[in-house]
Design a protein around this ligand. Structure first.
Ligand code: NAD
Length: 283
């Protein structure tokens, strides 16, 4: 075993919430590559099972799909029972479930003289239910699984937690105030929890992904017919020093680093994985 490798991750057990999604599925493959045993948790069992099948095609590791709602403590307790029965322990928790809502997204970037007559396209048209949903999914959806799964870790005085923030937690993006604020709360919570758990040998960190081309946002960023960047897509690339979108697989290295003993003295950090978007002033 090399001294500086991810080998310590072999046979660790990881619970990955929202694991049936785009980023979850890529991270699951990265974990499998490092020999981690995985429980893919998702509110949609078929999504979780899809990732399980996909991972099994490439890797011979133990992996199960578990249905659970990150907003429902009793469903998480049930999931925990299933996971402990199968694997006997939980070493790693990745809080991956999260997302935005159209109800908490403005149509316009700015209020100007031009849209004074249609304020419903601005901040004033946002729905409280949208804010509630986004804060619940991103914040409570990280808090509750941590309450349920980290107890195991505290009892064994060993564990690692990784939250998934976003680059917009540092600098809010236009149109999505709830998502930006909810992800900012994840950064703060990551720091708080890192302190609270520090004496129990449990580290808590986060990654903050920047812009990734996924099936969900591709139509916003690349014109389907011409394959050229849209205006928003171009703005992003112009503001990314590395001059490109990330591929979800770019998240794997940072994730494994923060989970592995290689980062054993690192806790409470939010690691941007964004091609430099966050630190670029544009000049
Ligand atoms: P995704 O929508 O593809 O996946 C999210 C998964 O979470 C889905 O499989 C969904 O079924 C599941 N889920 C939703 N609500 C749930 C609940 N209540 N309980 C359990 N599971 C639930 O999203 P993604 O793009 O893979 O994003 C994963 C994480 O990364 C999110 O926290 C997201 O905010 C964050 N993120 C994504 C990007 C990006 O560009 N895609 C950028 C920055 C941050």
């Amino acid at each position: 075993m090399s001294k500086y490798s991810f080998d310590d991750l072999k046979n660790k057990v990881c619970v990955l919430t929202g694991g049936g999604g785009v980023i979850g599925s890529v991270i699951a493959k990265g974990l499998a590559d490092a020999g981690v045993k995985i429980a893919i948790l998702d509110i949609k069992k078929e999504f979780a099972d899809g990732v399980v099948e996909d991972v099994k095609k490439d890797y011979e590791i133990e992996i199960i799909g578990v249905e659970a709602n990150v907003l429902d403590k009793s469903s998480l307790e049930l999931a925990k029972g299933q996971i402990l029965e199968k694997f006997g322990k939980i070493d790693i928790l990745i809080n991956g479930a999260g997302g935005n809502s159209p109800k908490a997204t403005t149509k316009e970037e700015f209020i100007t003289e031009k849209n004074l007559g249609s304020l419903s396209d601005t901040f004033f048209g946002l729905e409280i239910e949208g804010f509630q949903k986004v804060f619940d999914l991103n914040f409570l959806g990280t808090l509750l699984p941590t309450m349920v799964f980290a107890k195991e870790m505290v009892e064994r005085k060993s564990g690692v937690i990784l939250n998934i923030s976003s680059m917009n937690s540092f600098r809010p993006l236009t149109k999505i105030p709830a998502y930006s604020a909810a992800k900012a709360s994840i950064n703060n919570f990551t720091e708080w929890l890192a302190v609270h758990f520090a004496k129990m040998n449990i580290r808590v960190n986060a990654i903050a992904p920047g812009f990734f081309l996924t099936n969900q946002n591709r139509f916003l960023l690349v014109d389907e017919k011409s394959n050229e960047l849209t205006a928003r897509g171009k703005k992003i690339i112009d503001n990314t020093p590395m001059g490109k979108f990330g591929e979800p697989v770019d998240l794997v290295g940072g994730t494994l680093f923060l989970l592995s003993d290689i980062s054993s003295f690192v806790t409470g950090v939010v690691l941007p994985i964004d091609g430099g978007f966050n630190i670029y002033s544009g000049v």
